[in-house]
Design a binder for this molecule. Structure first.
Ligand code: KG4
Ligand code: ZN
Length: 345
């Protein structure tokens, strides 16, 4: 073995560019992280108050090549040492997806390596099974609550490529609700963490806010009415900290209720796994931990938000399952998990 490349056993590269994080990661053949990098484009988008697709695509294009070179160098590897390359192929913003997938395909083609197009939601769903992340990886089936700025859904994870959507949002994603409410409260974008800090100083009971769909059957979510109620409370002159606390308490209560429903829909679940930026919220985590008897598995924040480790991990599992995607694979802005299949050799 070449001593400068101690981990040369089947290392695998993953690339993420579906939204506003540019990321690359190299895992070894078992899924251990050899090197990774994430660049959050938040600063590029802050002055627009949200992610601008064109700005994001250009930023991915500018950053990705050097970032991939960097993680390979950090792992002491060359492209030719890899066993394959994966990129997020959807769902997401099409410009970024095209940048990441084209770059990964180019690397794969140039070095004669297999290419895998990864579903971003599947990557979030499988993160909990990364080796070493939890003392015991959750066995299938488990429940996944995906709580991000763009996605809000509850999924039964039956196996690799076997997903059943139990519920989704009827309007806004939960992170979007945090961001829009934070904006109404005069907080900077992305508002979730700012709103959480403000809520810590407020009294949730001082402002009555609705708890959309609480107690209803099923596992769907709805947040636009809550956002409207926040706007009305702000207009009435309620104290911002109290509004923030009431908003956060409402979201936590609704999510806990939905988690209980989801458990009733999948009584054999082994765990409740959360992912997405909102999973970083302590009140949300506490409510979810108390909602069901299932262990709540919340990956560390860096693996809850968008990253390339999860993309490489999903790609590695699919490669091991015999999957090879052709160069003609087209990125998909919309790619529901329920349409996924186990890897086909
Ligand atoms: O998963 P993520 O990083 O990106 C995507 O949406 O893909 O999630 C970002 C979302 C934003 O809406 C952000 O405001 C929210 O997660 N968020 C939070 C917290 N940290 C991030 N929401 C509530 N409390 C937090 N501590
Ligand atoms: Zn994501």
């Amino acid at each position: 073995m070449n001593e400068t490349r101690p981990h040369a056993s089947e290392p695998f590269l993953g690339v993420e560019s579906s939204c506003d994080e540019t990321a690359a990661a190299v895992l070894d053949g078992q899924g251990r992280v050899l090197a990774e990098a994430v660049w959050s484009q938040t600063a590029e988008h802050t002055r627009f108050g949200g992610v601008v697709p064109e700005v994001a695509a250009r930023a991915h294009l500018q950053r990705l090549p050097a970032m991939v070179a960097g993680v390979l160098a950090q792992a002491g590897l060359r492209v030719a040492d890899l066993s394959g390359v994966a990129a997020t192929a959807g769902p997401g913003l099409i410009g970024g997806l095209v940048v990441g997938a084209s770059f990964a395909k180019g690397l794969a083609l140039g070095a004669g390596l297999p290419f895998i197009g990864v579903n971003h939601l599947e990557a979030h769903a499988l993160t909990a099974r990364l080796p070493g992340l939890f003392p015991e990886a959750p066995a299938f089936p488990y429940l996944l609550l995906l709580l991000s700025g763009g996605h809000c859904q509850c999924v039964a994870v039956h196996g690799l490529g076997r997903y059943e959507r139990l519920g989704t949002t009827l309007d806004d994603a939960v992170g979007e609700a945090f961001d829009k409410s934070a904006k109404l409260l005069g907080l900077p974008w992305p508002g979730g963490p700012h709103l959480e800090r403000l809520a810590a100083t407020g009294n949730a009971k001082a402002v009555p806010l609705p708890r959309p769909l609480l107690g209803r059957p099923g596992c769907d979510f709805s947040f636009s009415g809550l956002k409207t109620a926040v706007a009305q409370a702000v207009a009435r002159g309620a104290a911002p900290a109290d509004v923030a606390a009431a908003f956060q308490a409402s979201v936590a209560a609704v999510l806990a209720d939905r988690a209980r429903r989801a458990h009733a829909m999948l009584p054999g679940a082994t765990a409740l796994v959360v992912a997405g930026g909102v999973a970083a919220n302590a009140a949300v985590r506490a409510a979810l931990a108390a909602a069901t008897p299932l262990p709540l598995l919340a990956p560390p924040p860096a693996l809850c938000t968008d990253n390339a480790v999860m993309v490489a991990w999903a790609g590695l599992l699919r490669l091991a399952g015999g999957q090879r995607d052709g160069m003609a694979l087209a990125p998909r802005p919309r790619w529901p998990m329920a349409e996924m299949q186990p890897p086909a050799a």
